[in-house]
Design a binder for this molecule. Structure first.
Ligand code: GAL
Length: 411
C-alpha cells in the first residue's frame, strides 16, 4: 500500500521523546481550483499549518465530475489521501458502507456538533446509522442568478429583478453582441441550471413532488412542461456560449460580455477576487428572483482510514478545526457559502451572503440533489440536460419525457 501520507519526521521524533503533540503531513484532495475557491481553501491550509501539521494540497482540476472518480479510486485502490472533499449527501454511500472512512462520532459528540451545526440536515447528511463520517464545512446553494450591471447599462436596460425580466431583456443584449446567458460545458452546469429553473419557474410544490416524492405524474405534468419551455428559452439565450469551466462563464458576467449566469453561490468568490461589489457591479437573485429558497447541499470533508496514528490524530485535528468558529468565518467569507453554524460573527458578509443568511434564518430550505438522489441518478440528469442544452433537435417535450423516465426509475 502506498500512502502519500508522510509523517513529518522531525515532529514525530519530538513527539515520541517529549510527549508533545504529534504532527503529520496531510494530503487533502478537493476540486477547488478557481480564484475564489483557491483563496477559500488556503484559509483551511493556513489554519491547519498553524497546528504544526502540514497541509499538502491535492487540488484536482476539472470540477467535481472529474475529481470524484479519482478520489474514489484512490480510496478503494489502497492509496488513500488524509482527507478529501465530497458534497455531503449520497455521493459517498458505498464508501461508508465499505468501512473506508474514519468514524468521527466521538469527536462530534465531544464538540457537540449536533447542537452547533445548523440546519440539522447538514450533519444528518454526514450521518449513517447514527455514526458521523464527515465534517460539513458550508452550505452552498445552486439556485442563484448572477447579473452584470455593465451589460444592462450598455443596452440601456434596468438590471432584471426576476427570471421573466431576464428572458425579456435577452434580445437587446444579443443585438449589442452580449451573450444573454453564460453557461459552461461541464454537464453538471446544465443540470444546475435546470434545478434553478425548476424552482424559479415550476415552484416549490412541484419541486418537492418530483424530487422528494419522485412523483412521475408531476414530472410529466403541465407545470413541468412550463419548466421545460423555460429551459428552451435558456438554451436560446446560452447559444454560442463557449468555455468549459463554470468560472469562465462567471468571468464573462464580471467582464460584462454576458448578461447573466445561473450558478451556485460559489460564484461570489470570483466576484470578490475581481474586486466587484454586490449591488453595484453585479446583482444576485436567489431562486431566480421568484422563489427565494436555498438548498442545503454543500461541501464536507471525509477522512479515509489510514494505519498511522500520527495521521489519524492529524485527521481529527483537521476535522475539529474545520467546524471551529474562526475558520468557519474565514473560509466561508472567501468561498461565498454560508457557515454551518449560526453562532459566528458575519459582520463582514456582503449583500449576497446577507440574502442567503436571511433565507436560512427564515427556514426556506430544501435538500440538495446530492442529498435526495443517488450519484447514479444525478449522472443521468446531468447527461440529459447537457444533451438538451447542446442539441436543438431535442424539443422541450421530448426532454420532459426522458426526464420523467429517469424520475420513474430514480433511486
Ligand atoms: C460544487 C461545490 C462548490 C463549488 C462548485 C464548483 O460541487 O460544492 O464548493 O466548488 O462545485 O467547483
Amino acid at each position: 500500500m502506498t500512502f502519500r501520507l508522510r509523517t513529518a519526521a522531525l515532529a514525530a521524533t519530538v513527539s515520541l521523546f517529549s510527549g508533545a503533540a504529534m504532527a503529520a503531513e496531510c494530503e487533502v484532495t478537493h476540486w477547488w481550483t478557481s480564484g475564489g475557491e483557491a483563496a477559500a481553501v488556503a484559509e483551511f491550509a493556513k489554519a491547519f499549518d498553524a497546528t504544526g501539521n502540514k497541509w499538502v494540497d491535492g487540488a484536482i482540476a476539472g470540477g467535481g465530475g472529474t475529481a470524484r472518480p479519482v478520489m474514489i479510486s484512490r480510496i478503494t485502490g489502497g492509496d488513500p489521501m488524509c482527507a478529501t472533499q465530497f458534497n455531503h449527501g449520497r455521493q459517498t454511500e458505498e464508501l461508508i458502507e465499505a468501512g473506508l472512512f474514519v468514524d468521527l462520532t466521538e469527536l462530534a459528540e465531544k464538540e457537540n456538533w449536533s447542537e452547533i451545526i445548523n440546519p440539522p440536515s447538514v450533519l444528518e447528511s454526514c450521518t449513517v446509522d447514527g455514526r458521523v463520517y464527515c465534517v460539513p464545512v458550508n452550505i452552498h446553494s445552486p439556485q442563484w442568478l448572477w447579473l452584470s450591471h455593465a451589460a444592462y447599462e450598455k443596452v440601456g436596460l434596468d438590471v432584471p429583478t426576476n427570471w421573466d425580466e431576464f428572458v425579456a431583456a435577452a434580445p437587446k443584449l444579443r443585438e449589442a453582441g452580449i451573450l444573454p446567458l453564460a453557461l459552461g460545458q461541464q454537464p453538471w452546469q446544465s443540470n444546475l441550471l435546470f434545478g434553478a429553473v425548476q424552482i424559479g419557474v415550476g415552484g416549490i410544490d412541484l419541486w418537492k413532488k418530483v424530487n422528494l416524492e419522485k412523483d412521475v405524474e408531476a414530472a410529466r405534468g403541465e407545470q413541468m412542461a412550463k419548466v421545460f419551455q423555460a429551459m428552451g428559452d435558456a438554451r436560446s439565450m446560452a447559444e454560442g456560449s463557449t468555455g468549459q469551466d463554470w468560472n469562465e462563464a462567471t468571468n464573462m458576467v464580471i467582464q460584462g460580455t454576458a448578461g447573466g449566469q445561473i450558478m451556485g453561490d460559489w460564484a461570489q468568490g470570483e466576484f470578490q477576487v475581481a474586486e466587484q461589489k454586490a449591488g453595484e457591479d453585479y446583482t444576485c437573485l436567489p431562486g431566480l428572483g421568484v422563489h427565494e429558497y436555498l438548498s442545503t447541499g454543500g461541501d464536507a470533508f471525509y477522512f479515509p482510514k489510514v494505519d498511522d496514528p500520527e495521521v489519524t490524530e492529524a485527521q481529527r485535528q483537521l476535522a475539529s478545526l474545520m467546524v471551529s468558529k474562526d475558520v468557519q468565518v474565514a473560509f466561508n467569507l472567501k468561498k461565498g457559502s454560508l457557515p454551518i453554524r449560526g453562532d459566528v460573527d458575519l459582520a463582514a458578509a456582503n449583500d449576497c451572503m446577507k440574502k442567503g443568511l436571511e433565507i436560512l434564518a427564515g427556514g426556506n430550505l430544501l435538500p440538495s440533489g446530492d442529498q435526495v438522489f443517488s450519484a447514479d441518478t444525478q449522472t443521468q440528469f446531468n447527461d440529459l440536460m447537457v444533451e438538451f442544452m447542446n442539441n436543438t433537435d431535442i424539443t422541450p417535450e421530448q426532454a420532459q419525457e426522458r426526464y420523467a423516465d429517469i424520475v420513474e426509475s430514480a433511486d
